[in-house]
Design a protein around this ligand. Structure first.
Ligand SMILES: CC(C)(COP(=O)(O)OP(=O)(O)OC[C@H]1O[C@@H](n2cnc3c(N)ncnc32)[C@H](O)[C@@H]1OP(=O)(O)O)[C@@H](O)C(=O)NCCC(=O)NCCS
Length: 187
């Protein structure tokens, strides 16, 4: 792959850009404290702005590494940041990345994450020359699966009792993927 780091990307309604410390207040207000947002995530709502500031500072320190892909999502219409999207579990050998995303519930169901994911997928195949992008979600997180399907990702399998929920029970995880040749075909 040809790594480029977290460069600025733009779509019709969104700008994907690097986190900045000045995003702390908006992240805290718009999604880091939103229990609906964190319900299926691997972290709990932030208890103070200090937690959000430390989180952002940690991401910023990783930007020196050109294999870091972690964008904050800026919503042009409302002039504010509303969520984030990232690539993790990057395997250069396999030319593969995995997508993660989250957004404040006030902005759900308007196609915004589908648009952000489309932008990130186009970047990974078009600019980074990735071979495959994967993503997975806890099975009851139907909206997350829809975002993957609407981006033509294909169901690959079920990881049984793969995540531990906050209540101590375990949940299956569904894995989706898209390969370069599938992305090229649909363009
Ligand atoms: C998952 C998430 C990113 C979706 O973002 P979004 O901008 O609302 O997504 P979109 O509007 O692009 O698409 C959501 C789709 O799910 C559908 N949907 C939402 N809730 C649903 C539900 N409970 N059951 C069935 N479909 C549902 C919407 O109708 C929409 O489909 P449609 O366009 O065909 O109508 C957002 O809900 C979120 O941030 N959740 C919390 C964090 C998270 O779970 N991240 C993913 C971890 S894998």
């Amino acid at each position: 792959m040809e790594h480029k780091g977290t460069v600025r990307l733009e779509s019709e309604r969104l700008i994907l850009r690097r986190f900045e410390m000045t995003d702390t207040d908006a992240m805290f207000a718009n999604w880091a404290t939103d229990e609906k947002t964190t319900k299926y995530l691997r972290w709990n709502p932030h208890e103070s702005k200090m937690v959000t500031a430390e989180y952002i500072s940690g991401i910023i320190s990783l930007y020196l590494n050109p294999m870091t892909y972690n964008w904050i999502i800026y919503f042009k219409d409302e002039d504010t940041v509303i969520g984030s999207i990232d690539f993790h579990a990057i395997s250069d050998r396999d030319e593969r990345l995995e997508l993660g995303f989250c957004m404040g519930s006030r902005w759900w169901n308007r196609g915004l994450m589908t648009e952000a994911v489309r932008t990130a997928i186009n970047f990974a195949f078009g600019e980074l020359k990735a071979h495959k992008i994967g993503a997975s979600y806890q099975e009851e997180n139907v909206a997350s699966g829809k975002v993957m399907m609407k981006n033509k990702m294909i169901y690959e399998g079920r990881l049984r009792e793969h995540y531990r929920r906050n209540d101590g029970t375990f949940s299956d995880v569904l894995y989706y993927g898209i390969m370069r040749q599938e992305w090229e075909k649909r363009r």
